[in-house]
Ligand binder design. Structure first.
Ligand code: GLA
Length: 734
């Protein structure tokens, strides 16, 4: 069968997925072993020459049923490995049967090619708008003895260098089986050395998504989260690169796991320097019982290949996540400039205080006011009321509706904070339903920030929370919701499941959260939803499917933000990344930076303020008003333009990045120098992506430059004086 994007060469037994940029090639080898041949730049003509060299290697035994000594699964690059059959590398799946055996050996069984992309029920995913946007190959593997099937799905987009992958396990035996591990994809690379380094995004609360690059060494390495969320600590993204790859040159394979729970990116460099990569739900504390006749669908992985460095890889993901993962009315809309009261008041606010902030905000031109934590239950600190999503009577004189009306009368939008997945012991919800708390009964659960998890795998709990939220959202005119999640999972146990199903709790929990999000975002399509998890604890492609933007970190320090925003941009679009100007000394670091610096850095994201506007001097207010006008002019460019990293804060004192709009008529350059020196070196910065022959004017000045000058001659970074200096240059074609 031949199809535009996917072909099957019957003679060679080769599947070839190909668009104008990339190729992915797999082959059915002897005895039905599914062999990985290639993922990379488009190959126009694959003539079938690339059979793998065979060699008899000691202790690498043979494919069961075949005594050919040189043919071993232990060294053959495969599409999806089994547990057993003498492949000693990390297996993609471990499936235990009733007799206790976890041995299996998957071989090619069948295939289908389908137009479009199969929809994954209940999971976030990349989607298509019409069937001709993508084609999918489904290769069916079957265990050589048992009626257990694996459907490996590969979707290639027509106009993007992207392949989406996922796996469905189907139990056609007469007994239950248990999935102890089920990776969403495997990629076995040969030892060409093309990909000898890996980039990951580790971090911590207040220090998310730092760029980490390391050589792939022999043995197993795992980038993972066991916290029940994608986590601050290791983001659900990696890139494989060559040691020579930089922002503008060299190969890169980017991998996004579209999932917000426990994940693992496992890498193993084997005895002959080949590298296996597995991406999927973390096998830690995971097992899933599949009754006879049942199927399990893994979350999906998005793969891209770039032969022109990391900026190109990021650009593919920026477009894909913005255009085909994020959804809803606000997906392509310019996002409002907001002021959030969290760092201004924390829990300590009154109607008078809020109204004063709103008055100032309206005068300054701010477009939305967001009331953060503390408006519900009897919440005056973080030790109570989660789960009680009704108004804190008396805290706000005219209630939430009163504040909403007040804000709307000022011509601004109104937003509110929720943390729906949690329960405080000190809450009405806990008094009424102590069993809603996720824990093993009679075993003291661990608290964190004085709060606990709700067992979101349970329908009645989700319904309770949904009902409470709907009551507020139906009654109060709310334009925006900040959806928070302020602790990691612990005491992972569900009273709703039997003893042998406890390995399902964490995954069922996140599936429950997804279901609740789907209900609410569908029921309230006009609301702009923003994800948050103590800042960036769940900044992942899965959450982006429900919410087009997310708070990347609780760290609002402009200098630390440079690294966080730079690292985040590696994998995520700028339209997803919110950034606020806060007070100085900064509440997280104690550092003082100028209002200009704070503004310039925050204007490189979805812009807002998070400070007490009523405490600003007239001069500062004037500056804020100017920043708002400035941002309104550059907003489409920043939120929806091409983004390029130019100079890395991880490599030196100077950070530079650039936005260019689609027709190259406008660009915005941001330069930042962290520390001053009495004998400074001069820096130059080289722009990119401009129209070579066009003349650009730096707005607010008479400076003119041709595109080729800016790109090849470069611009001098000003001779800044003092620490933490920034510059924004807005260029417009004349
Ligand atoms: C988390 C968020 C903050 C704020 C607080 C409120 O830490 O990241 O922005 O909303 O919760 O408790």
């Amino acid at each position: 069968m031949t199809n535009q994007l996917i072909t099957f060469d019957k003679q060679e037994q080769v599947f070839h997925l190909k668009n104008n940029e990339i190729s992915y090639i797999l082959k059915i080898e002897e005895d039905g072993v599914l062999n990985h041949l290639y993922f990379g730049k488009k190959i126009n003509h694959y003539s079938g020459h690339k059979g793998y060299l065979r060699r008899d290697r000691g202790f690498s035994g043979n494919v069961p049923g075949n005594n050919e000594r040189a043919y071993s699964k232990d060294t053959l690059p495969q599409e999806y490995s089994s547990n057993g059959s003498m492949d000693y590398r990390i297996p993609a799946t471990i499936i235990r049967r009733e007799n206790g055996s976890a041995l299996h050996d998957f071989r090619y069984f069948d295939y289908r090619i389908e137009n479009g992309k199969p929809e994954l029920k209940g999971l976030p995913q990349a989607y298509i708008l019409s069937e001709d946007e993508a084609t999918s190959l489904i290769v069916v593997l079957k265990d050589r003895d048992q009626e257990i099937y694996l459907e490996l799905a590969y979707t290639i987009y027509q106009d993007r260098p992207v392949i989406a992958r996922g796996v469905k396990a189907i139990n056609q035996t007469k007994q239950a089986i248990v999935l102890e591990k089920i990776a969403s994809m495997q990629l076995d690379l040969t030892n060409s050395g093309e990909f000898d380094e890996v980039i990951s995004l580790p971090g911590a609360h207040l220090r998310e998504r730092q760029i980490n690059r390391e050589t792939i060494q022999p043995g197993v390495k795992s980038f993972e989260s066991r916290r029940g969320a994608s986590s601050h600590h290791m983001n659900s993204f990696i890139a494989l690169v060559n040691h020579a790859t930089n922002e503008f040159a060299g190969p890169a394979i980017g991998m996004h796991f579209v999932y917000s729970g426990n994940h693992a990116f496992q890498l193993e460099k084997d005895q002959i320097d080949q590298v296996r990569i597995l991406v999927g739900i973390n096998e830690y504390n995971f097992s899933w019982e599949l009754a006879a006749g049942e199927a399990f669908q893994t979350p999906e992985v998005l793969l891209t290949y770039s032969d022109t460095g990391l900026n190109q890889m990021s650009s593919t993901f920026h477009h894909l996540l913005r255009e085909r993962v994020a959804r809803g009315e606000h997906q392509f809309k310019e996002r409002p400039i907001l002021v959030n009261n969290w760092e201004a008041t924390y829990f300590d606010f009154t109607s008078e205080k809020i109204e004063k902030i709103v008055d100032e905000a309206a005068d300054l031109g701010i477009e939305m006011f967001v009331l953060d934590d503390g408006w519900f239950g009897h919440r005056d600190s973080d030790n109570s009321s989660l789960g009680d999503w009704f108004e804190y009577e008396g805290k706000l004189k005219h209630g939430l509706k009163g504040i909403a009306d007040y804000v709307h009368e000022k011509g601004m939008q109104f937003g509110v904070w929720f943390e729906p997945e949690m329960i405080s012991i000190d809450s009405k919800l806990y008094q009424e339903h102590p069993d809603y708390l996720m824990q093993e009964p009679d075993r003291t659960p661990s608290s964190s920030r004085d709060q606990h998890l709700l067992d979101m795998g349970r329908k009645e709990i989700r319904e309770n929370i949904e009902k409470q939220l709907c009551e507020i959202l139906d009654e109060v005119p709310i334009d925006y919701v900040k959806w928070d999640m302020n602790r990691s999972l612990s005491d992972v146990y569900s009273t709703a499941l039997t003893e042998k199903n406890q390995g399902e709790v964490a995954h069922r929990h996140i599936l429950g959260v997804y279901e609740l999000l789907e209900h609410l975002t569908t029921r309230y399509p006009k609301i702009l939803w923003e994800g948050c998890s103590g800042g960036g604890g769940r900044f992942d492609a899965g959450f982006l499917y429900y919410m087009p933007q997310s708070w990347p970190t609780d760290n609002t320090d402009a200098v630390e933000r440079l690294k966080i925003q730079y690292g985040t941009s590696l994998a995520y679009p700028i339209s997803a990344m919110t950034a606020h100007v806060s007070a100085v000394p900064n509440h997280q670091t104690g550092r003082t930076t100028s209002l200009k610096t704070r503004g310039d850095v925050a204007m490189s994201g979805v812009f807002g303020y998070e400070l007490d506007l009523t405490e600003m001097t007239e001069e500062e207010k004037q500056q804020v008003a100017t920043q708002i006008q400035q941002y309104q002019k550059i907003r489409p460019l920043v939120q929806f333009g091409e983004f390029y990293r130019l100079n890395s804060p991880f490599e030196g004192n100077l950070t530079a990045w650039l936005f260019v709009n689609e027709d190259k008529s406008e660009a915005l350059l941001m330069n930042a120098r962290a520390l001053a020196s009495a004998q400074p070196v001069f820096h130059e910065v080289f722009l990119t992506g401009l129209d070579e022959n066009a003349q650009y004017q730096a707005q607010g000045t008479n400076e003119m430059y041709y595109g080729d000058e800016l790109m090849h001659l470069g611009l001098n970074v000003p001779d800044f004086f003092g620490d933490f200096q920034t510059q924004l240059i807005h260029l417009k074609k004349i």
